[in-house]
Design a binder for this molecule. Structure first.
Ligand SMILES: NC(=O)c1ccc[n+]([C@@H]2O[C@H](COP(=O)([O-])OP(=O)(O)OC[C@H]3O[C@@H](n4cnc5c(N)ncnc54)[C@H](OP(=O)(O)O)[C@@H]3O)[C@@H](O)[C@H]2O)c1
Length: 198
């Protein structure tokens, strides 16, 4: 597949780019600052631009089969939805957080919302926009990310609370799940809780 990765220079985005190339996808890495993409694997297509900039995103989505947004947010959702509708590119997998819909474990969720309310409110807005976008969307809600080595497997939960797996998830495993998701048409129109394996 031809896949555009938004937030490609981020800690999860870099894994998506590297693993996507390993899987044989034609990856275009998009990041705000050209310097951030210099050390990404050579075969990759590169796009410089802010994901809030509609004209930049319009250019980036042209000719793609799918987009993975390895960074979440309502402004990014807004530009992607507009640009993708215009260009006829329909498949979009966007990162979000398990904390957005979660109610358990109660103390952890309460503390997370206390400190990150604005982030979660914005991600909730982004999720809502995707759900009415008419695109072939999947929302990939990660648990708490870390940079530990990959386990090579994740726990995916379709319930809002996503309590079936571990609350810690390596970014490499999150990236693997994002690529598995973009390749799987059965996951279109679904919100996944992506946890570490137990
Ligand atoms: N961190 C967690 O524990 C956690 C938990 C659950 C879910 N998530 C989800 O996972 C995503 C990735 O997390 P992460 O920790 O791997 O992220 P990260 O390392 O902070 O990377 C985010 C990347 O997105 C880029 N970015 C931000 N705004 C942008 C814009 N307007 N246009 C283009 N690029 C932009 C940043 O670039 P700059 O360097 O230019 O700012 C950065 O390279 C998060 O966005 C969130 O949706 C995270």
């Amino acid at each position: 597949m031809k896949i555009l990765v938004i937030g490609a220079a981020g800690r999860t985005g870099r894994h998506v780019v590297a693993q996507g190339i390993e899987r044989g996808h034609e990856i275009t890495a998009s990041a705000r600052h050209p310097d951030q993409l210099r050390d990404l694997p050579g075969a990759v297509g590169v796009h410089h631009g802010d994901a809030h900039d509609l004209d930049a995103v319009r250019k980036a989505v042209q000719g793609q089969d799918a987009v993975i947004a390895a960074v979440g947010g309502s402004l990014i959702a807004s530009t992607l939805i507009t640009a993708m509708r215009e260009s006829g590119v329909t498949r979009l997998v966007m990162t979000s957080s398990r904390s957005v819909p979660a109610t358990r474990p109660r103390l952890a969720v309460t503390l997370a919302w206390l400190f990150l309310r604005a982030v979660y409110v914005d991600l909730a807005r982004a999720e809502g926009m995707l759900q009415v976008s008419g695109l072939d969307w999947t929302i990939a809600r990660g648990t708490m990310l870390n940079d530990k080595p990959p386990a090579g497997r994740v726990h995916i939960d379709f319930e809002a609370d996503a309590t079936g797996g571990a609350m810690q998830l390596s970014r490499a495993d999150y990236a693997m799940a994002l690529l598995d998701t973009v390749e799987d048409p059965d996951l279109i129109g679904k919100a996944l809780g992506i946890c570490g394996p137990r």
